[in-house]
Design a binder for this molecule. Structure first.
Ligand SMILES: [Zn+2]
Length: 302
């Protein structure tokens, strides 16, 4: 069988790409489920005669396992719509293995990146959205898609389900401290834009990885990134060697432990996150998305 490769080039990846993990599915409401492969997490929505699925997971095998999980939960209704939360391959890279005939909904900026990237297995967007808020009505199901502005990846869409008071926002705020290197977080406005989502009346927060959380954990997640950003700036003042992982981990964990030491992964991840954040301050951001009013600039790119 030919395997979709994403942007990998080594044939040594074939077993990795084909492996189908156990998926953990949890029902959140009458019509809404969340599903995880143990690392990434997403949601899917049962409509009158079909399923709206968010994202695809990050390998062909995971995409197939995701489809099987949906079929177990909602038998007899095909996935006719896939919403990409953002462009990244580890979340939305393998529609060709997941639902090859589905309509693909995404932000217009996401569509542009995917068109140009041409990753093997990532389906192009067939329905482009623009603007901050798009009320959706698909096959009898109402929900709201929101692009709060550049937060992570390109054209990141959050989904709000008013009936259930549930917010899904992928690869943005986490209910823990287990951030990776955050290579594609747009830190200039990240917390500001995420806090605007807190204006929505939600009680459950579904992040793009790890565990389902609640509103308080979402707010604490915003507080953590904000506090770590302040500690990273103070590190310049106190002449901490900002490019040295262990020095930054020690300095920032001493500053934040009282308030945030209970966050899962705090000790293991704070140094890596801090190294990323100090480089944001060193460089001023990584492109148009990291300017004070990025929405205006991005709109002029079309
Ligand atoms: Zn991502």
């Amino acid at each position: 069988m030919t395997q979709h490769m994403g942007i990998f080039t080594s044939d040594k990846l074939l077993d990795y790409l084909a492996a189908e993990p156990d998926m953990q599915t949890e029902k959140l409401s009458e019509r809404l489920w969340t599903v995880s492969d143990g690392l990434c997490r997403t949601i899917f929505l049962e409509c009158d005669n079909s399923v709206v699925a968010f994202d695809t997971f990050g390998t062909p095998g995971r995409a197939r396992a995701y489809r099987a999980a949906i079929e177990r939960a909602v038998s007899g209704k095909p996935v006719k719509t896939v919403v990409y939360s953002h462009d990244h391959l580890d979340h939305a890279g393998f529609g060709a293995d997941f639902a090859p005939d589905a309509e693909i909904v995404a932000d217009e900026m996401t569509a542009k990146v995917i068109d140009l990237r041409k990753a093997d297995g990532q389906l192009p967007v067939t329905k482009q959205l623009s603007g901050r808020e798009n009320p959706m009505n698909i096959d009898g199901a109402d929900f709201l898609l929101i692009n709060p502005g550049p937060t992570h990846g390109t054209g990141n869409l959050s989904a709000y389900f008013a009936e259930e008071k549930i917010l899904f926002s992928s690869d943005t705020i986490l209910p823990d401290a287990r951030y990776g290197f955050m290579p594609d977080y747009h830190l200039t406005n990240f917390v500001r834009f995420m806090r605007e989502l807190a204006d929505l009346d939600f009680r459950i927060f579904v992040p793009g990885r790890h565990q389902v959380a609640d509103r308080e954990q979402f707010i604490k997640g915003c507080d953590y990134i904000e506090a770590l950003s302040l500690a990273c700036q103070q590190a310049f003042v106190e002449m901490v060697p900002i490019w040295v992982h262990d020095a930054m981990a020690e300095y920032c964990s001493a500053k934040l432990r009282n308030r945030f030491g209970d966050l899962d992964g705090f000790d293991q991840h704070i140094g890596q996150t801090a190294i990323r954040i100090v480089h944001h301050y060193l460089m001023g951001g990584w492109g148009l998305e990291d300017t004070p009013e990025p929405g205006i600039l991005l709109a002029q790119q079309t």
